[in-house]
Design a binder for this molecule. Structure first.
Ligand code: FAD
Length: 159
């Protein structure tokens, strides 16, 4: 199995898009990520997975805090900015949630303190203890098969 096949297969799992943000000595750093999942309800824990080459990795290790900002359908540009795909852009302004940097307009902002970290292969998994949450009513940005999408219509499915 080659890397491309693995990437293509994993890309078939449709996801939302988040921007992970942290702050070290007043400098805020963000990174686009879709490797995000809820872990536990009691206590409230989430997990993110950060590649070993990402600059944000050492910043989260140092600050011991991060936020997860689930992007709205109209925030594709922010996703591209924080994935390093848009070099020319206006300054990105952050809000605060539990004193941690969050993106205005995100449909969910989650403030976390690092609970534990695990190095697995070429990524580090951070388990975050959720300290605060803010929700907005809006449609999410979707990522599937390397492309941005949006939800077309609501279909009620009973599970
Ligand atoms: P940089 O490359 O330094 O930062 C990324 C960009 O964000 C830069 O252009 C920088 O200018 C900009 N930026 C950072 N902070 C600010 C700020 N305060 N104001 C304005 N701009 C700022 N990688 C993973 O490790 N895990 C994932 O789960 C993951 N999921 C992804 C999902 C999607 C949909 C995409 C498109 C990419 C994903 N990536 C993921 C890849 C990751 O987003 C890129 O590799 C990213 O460029 C690595 O960021 P970095 O920390 O090295 O920081």
């Amino acid at each position: 199995m080659d890397d491309r096949q693995f990437r293509s297969a994993m890309g078939k799992f449709a996801s939302g898009v988040t921007v992970i943000a942290t702050e070290v000595e007043g400098d805020i750093h963000g990174m686009t990520a879709n490797a995000f999942m809820s872990v536990s309800l009691d206590p409230k824990l989430v997990i993110i997975s950060i590649g070993e080459k990402a600059k944000i990795l050492n910043k989260i290790k140092e600050s011991k805090i991060f936020t997860v900002n689930i992007l709205a359908a109209d925030q594709q540009e922010l996703s591209m900015i924080f994935a390093g795909q848009l070099k020319e852009h206006n300054e990105v302004v952050f809000d605060r949630l539990d004193k941690k940097p969050v993106l205005p307009g995100a449909i969910v902002q989650i403030a976390c303190e690092v609970s534990t970290e695990h190095v697995e292969g070429d990524h580090t998994l951070f388990i975050g203890k959720v300290t605060d949450i803010h929700l907005e009513e809006a449609e999410p940005l979707i990522f599937y098969s390397s492309k941005y999408r949006s939800l077309e219509e609501e279909k009620v499915v009973t599970i």
